[in-house]
Ligand binder design. Sequence first.
Ligand code: ADP
Ligand code: MG
Length: 710
Amino acid sequence: MCYFCMDYMSDIYTSDIKFLPGVGPRRATVLAQEAGIHSYEQLLYYFPYRYIDRSRYYKIREISSASSYVQIVGRFIKFEPIGQGYKKRLVGRFADETGSMEVVWFKGLNYITKNIKENVDYLLFGKPSEFGGRLNIVHPDLDKWEEVQKKPFVGGLHAMYPTTEKMKSSFINSKVIQTLQANVFNAIQGKISETLPAWLLKQYNLPNLHTSLHTMHFPQDVKLLERSQLRLKFEELFYIQLNMLRMKNKRQASIPGHVFSKVGTYLNHFYSERIPFELTGAQKKVIKEIRRDIGSGKQMNRLLQGDVGSGKTMVALMVLLIALDNGFQGALMAPTEILATQHLRSIRKMLGEMDVRVELLTGSTKKAVRTRLHEQLKTGELQILIGTHALIEDTVQFKNLGLVIIDEQHRFGVAQRARLWNKNTIPPHVLVMTATPIPRTLAMTVYGDLDISVIDELPPGRKPIKTFHFFENKRANIIQFMKNEIASGRQIYVVYPLIQESETLDYKNLEDGFRGMKAHFPEPNYQICMVHGKMKPAEKEAAMQGFMKGETQIMVATTVIEVGVNVPNASVMVIESAERFGLSQLHQLRGRVGRGADQAYCVLVSSPKLSEEGRTRLETMVATNDGFEIAEADMKLRGPGDIEGTQQSGLPFDLKIANLARDGQILQFSRDVATEILANDPLLEDPRNSALKKQLQKLNADKINWSIIS
Ligand code: ADP
Ligand code: MG
C-alpha cells in the first residue's frame, strides 16, 4: 500500500484493516471473522457497548464479586504459578492499605512474569469475580502508577468494546481496540468527510461526524457524548427512512394502480343481507383507509395489523367484494393448508347463497382439479382464489387480477410477495395482514414503505382471556380444571413445543404427551385427537374436522395450530413447556381461544426452573392480553432482529448504534425530518442536499439490501 499516493486520503476509509499499525494479517483475520471489521471505516463504526467511569478509585475493602469494573492502586506482594499443562495459571496477590486479593492469569504467563514486578505500584483495572469463595480479578489491565500519573488527565469515561473469546486469545481486548481506534484517527488525520448536510447539523445542533466518532471512542465530556450518540443514531435511522420514503414516492409516481371506483351489487348485497354482525369502529376505519387507496389510481401497498380475533377476515372479504364489483378477480393467500382451507370455509359460509365463485388451490390440489382451476382463472369465471403459496406459481394466470391479500405475512418471504406483482400488466393492489403486532418503531423501519392500518379494537362482548401459570408439579389441578371445562361442554387445545433438533424426537415428545393425556382422559368418556405438521393433509383435515364438529374434546397438537385456526367452542388453551416458546408465539397460541361467548382460559405449564427471561415472558403473558404490549416487551427482551414478522427476511440492515426498542423517538424524529426534506426537494436536487444524495448512493451501493423490503 502506498502511503504517499495522492488518492490516499480518499481511499483511507476503505483501506484494508491489516495495514493499520498494530493489526497485521493474523489479527486482521480475527477482526474480520469475529467482528466483521475489514476496513478502517468499519473499525471506526465498531462502537463501545458501555462506558466506565474511570475517575473513581476503589479500595480493595470496598469491592465484592458483585462490583462492576473497578480501578485500584496497589502492589503485588507475591506471585505463584499453580497447576500443570492446560490448567497452568499464575496467581498474584495484590494489596493496598485496606487488604489484599488474588489476581489470576491463564494466558500470557511468560509475559506477566517478565514484565510485572513485585512491590511496584500499579493501577489495576478489571471486573472482580469470585472463585472458591475468594475474591479475585482475572486478566486485569495493569499500568505502572508512576506512568499513569505522568499522562495528561483524560476525562473519566472509558470505552469498553465488545470482544469474543477468539479476539481475546489473539490479544484483542477492549484496551487494544481502543489503541487501534487511536491509530485510525492518527492515520486519517482528521479527514473524515461529513455525511450530513451542513444546514441540517446547524438546524438541529448536531456535532459533525469527525467529532461524533472521536467522542464515541474517546469521550471527554458526557454532554458531548450524548450529542454524538444522538447524531449517529439519528443518521443511521434517517438514511433508512429517507431511502424508503424516496422509493415509495418513486413507486407511487411510476406504477399505476387499478381504480376500484365503485361499490356495486356484490358488496351492497353482502352488506345489507348477509353480514352477521355490526362492524367495529376499527374495521370501518380500516376499510375506509383501504378504499381511499384503491380508488386513488395508485397501487395499494398496505399492511393491516390487527391482534388475533380482531376480525381481519371480514375486512379481507369486503375488500375482495369491492374488487369483484369493479370487474376484477381477487386472491387470498395463507401460509398453511389448514388456514387456507379454513378461509375458504368461512368465506363460503359468509357469502352463503351469493353468486360468487370461490375456490381453493394448495400444494395437494389434485392435478385434474388444478388444471380446471387454471382454466377458469384465465376465463375469469373463477372470481376469488384462496390458497397457499401454490398461488404464486407461474402457471397460475388470471384474466384480470386486481387484488391480492396475504394473511399472516411473516410466513412469506418478501420475494414471494413480489412475484404476485407480475400476475397482471398493472400490478394488483396488495394488502398484507398480520396478527403479530409489530411495534410501531419496528414497523416504521421494516415496512417503512408500506402504509399501515391498525385494527385496535376487538369485536364487542369478548371476555378477556384469563391466563394462569402453573409449574408442572401442579398437574393434578390442571387436569381437574380441564375436566370441569369439558363437563360444561367446552373443548381444549393442548400444545407441545418443538424442542428437539430432530423431528423424530419432537414427534416422540408429542406422542408421549398424547399418551399422558389419554391416561388422564380415558375413552369412552373422552375423545382426544392429535395434529402435527408431519401428518398427511387428509389425516390432518379429518382430525380438524372432528374437533370442529365437537366430536373430540381435546386436541393435542404442535404449533401447527398457531395461526388462524378458529373453533369458537374451544375455550381452553393449555401450553406445555411454555417457557420454551417465544412471547409472540405464546400470544398467537392464546389467540386460538376466546373466540366464542364463553370465558376463555390459557394455562401456561412450565418447569419450576426458569431463566430470568423465561420468567419475564410468562409474567408478561399473565399480565396482559394486548398484542402490542406483548410485542414491545418481546422486542425489549430479544432485540428487534428476532421479532417474529421480521424473522423471515431478518432486518434488512444492520443497526450499529440505534436500538429500535429504545430509540423510538429518534426514529420518529428522523422520519419527520426525512418526510419534510422530500416534501421540499423530492429528487434531492437542491445543492444544499447533495450530501444526502451522495450518501444514499453509497448506502445503496454497499450495505443494504433494499430490494428485500420494497
Ligand atoms: P383475525 O383478525 O384473527 O383473523 P377473524 O377474522 O378470524 O380474526 O375474526 C375472529 C372472530 O370474530 C370470527 O369468528 C369473526 O366472525 C368474528 N368477528 C369479526 N368481526 C366481528 C364484529 N365486528 N363483530 C362480531 N364478531 C366479529
Ligand atoms: Mg385471521
